[in-house]
Write a protein that binds this ligand. Structure first.
Ligand SMILES: NC(=O)c1ccc[n+]([C@@H]2O[C@H](COP(=O)([O-])OP(=O)(O)OC[C@H]3O[C@@H](n4cnc5c(N)ncnc54)[C@H](O)[C@@H]3O)[C@@H](O)[C@H]2O)c1
Ligand SMILES: [Fe+2]
Length: 442
């Protein structure tokens, strides 16, 4: 067999994958995705409790984590549910990234207590755990066997969500991200029937979010919006949502962190996360998530934090292929004026993301990242992106390795980082492979 030279192989791979992704985009663009009824504003979680009680479920399982439960964030919902005469079972054992063994315990409790509906109250971890508990219980399958698209035959019981972080958008998405601690991997379970029937965006529940969680989860929302906007599956509808979310994050995330009890800022951030969720559940994500999933699984870096650190570096690595689209985001972020040269506006957008990270006290280095792990992490990220995401331009494993080296702890000192990041990205870029048609600015 003749081996193709590296560059040719890369081009063949990039063209082939691009065509396959476009075809998949046509298909997924046609699949109906339900949208939850949204209750928004202070007191929304109690209103959801009243509504759920009205549906006369036999027994509702409430899925949360210990910290959320201790803070009493489930109380308004539970009181309203009890007033309406509906019983509940509390499962507050979820831990970060919804590990499979925890989900299995949840499934056992769901079955034992003959529950017929699930309410998630918490961040992405409890919301995703709840989705998979419902799905696994309905299908008699292990959580790992449900990883992938539409792996369960039967529909889950009704799912309701009360997000207590403003980031993942899981309250409106088809996905649940779970983790396999034994293999050090994150798995995505996706099915349109995992979209909650109703969700409550209640800013009062967000007022006690610690500054670091506010920052990381808010940057997760921004990353969803940006990656949905740049990918090949973006449409007019997802663009509107992604742009709205981007504007809201730049306008309100700093305030949400500095004045945590500002309900206006909290509500705007909750909406940003939801709009971004609606955008990416259709248009999907890209290399930032592909890389963040690897470092999240390996070093337990919080998901939003990993995204925040990687976002500017991935945008630089994508280069001119995304300039026109970044220029549009820059205007919405208030970082550039309309009509500015795309390359200049794109640079301003990336700098605005870095400035936002700095103001939010997000570090420039990836906690725990080790040089010797980089090749395997980059390879796994490329595999995830190649097989799952409609990225605007394909990056080689070498380019992904370069991105990770930019955030190596020893290398990424804050001040030095700022001065040299753009220049060193230019150095790392020569092996670039452009997808035909990329850079047309779609
Ligand atoms: N399903 C999706 O579409 C989707 C999208 C993006 C990310 N995710 C996944 O979601 C998970 C991350 O979710 P997350 O970022 O929301 O974090 P999380 O749910 O793990 O919560 C982070 C921390 O914040 C605490 N917390 C939550 N709400 C609080 C509140 N109101 N006040 C005080 N503390 C609070 C939690 O107890 C926890 O310690 C990851 O596994 C990620 O992969 C899923
Ligand atoms: Fe995310």
């Amino acid at each position: 067999m003749i081996e193709m030279p590296g560059v040719v192989a890369d081009v063949v791979r990039s063209v082939g994958l691009s065509t396959a992704m476009k075809a998949a985009g046509v298909v997924t663009g046609l699949i109906p995705i339900p949208q939850p009824v949204l209750l928004v504003g202070p007191g929304a979680s109690a209103r959801l409790g009243e509504a759920v009680a009205g549906f006369r479920h036999r027994r509702v399982m409430v899925v949360t984590d210990a910290a959320v439960a201790v803070r009493g964030l489930a109380k308004p919902f539970l009181r309203a549910l009890a007033r309406g005469g509906t019983e509940h079972v509390l499962f507050d054992a979820v831990t970060a990234d919804a590990p499979i063994p925890v989900i299995e315990r949840g499934v056992a409790l769901f079955r034992k207590r003959a529950c017929d509906a699930i309410v998630a109250i918490g961040g992405g971890s409890p919301m995703d755990a709840a989705k998979v508990i419902a799905y696994a219980a309905a299908n008699g399958k292990s959580p790992a066997a449900l990883a992938g698209y539409f792996k369960g035959l039967r529909s889950p019981c009704p799912i309701y969500a009360v997000p207590t972080t403003a980031g993942t958008g899981s309250e409106v998405t088809v996905a649940a991200v779970i983790s396999d601690p034994e293999r050090g991997k994150k798995l995505v379970v996706a099915d349109t029937r995992l979209v909650p029937a109703m969700a409550a965006l209640d800013p009062e529940l967000h007022a006690g979010l610690p500054p670091d969680v506010t920052a990381a989860t808010g940057m997760d929302a921004l990353t969803h919006a940006v990656e949905a906007f740049l990918g090949q599956w973006a449409s007019e509808a997802t663009d509107r949502l992604a742009l709205a979310a981007t504007g809201l994050v730049f306008a309100h995330l700093r305030t949400a962190q500095r004045s945590p009890r500002s309900l206006a800022a909290r509500e705007h951030m909750a909406l940003a996360a939801t709009w971004a969720g609606l955008a990416f559940t259709r248009a999907n994500v890209g290399y930032v998530h592909a890389l963040a999933h690897q470092v999240g699984a390996r070093y337990h870096v919080p998901h939003g934090l990993a995204n925040a650190i990687l976002l500017p570096h991935v945008l630089r690595a994508l280069g001119p292929a995304v300039s026109k689209r970044l220029a549009i985001l820059a205007v919405r972020a208030g970082a550039a004026a309309e009509g500015e040269r795309p390359a200049t506006a794109a640079r301003r957008f990336i700098e605005a993301v870095e400035a936002l990270n700095r103001d939010l006290a997000i570090p420039t280095a990836m906690p725990g990242l080790r040089e010797e792990d980089i090749p395997a992490l980059a390879k796994a990220a490329c595999h995830e992106a190649d097989t799952s995401y409609p990225v605007p331009k394909y990056l080689s494993p070498a380019e992904c390795e370069a991105i990770l080296r930019h955030v190596l702890p020893a290398r990424a000192g804050p001040a030095r980082k700022r001065r040299t990041a753009a220049a060193s990205h230019r150095e790392a870029r020569p092996a670039t492979r452009r997808r035909p048609g990329a850079g047309s600015g779609r």
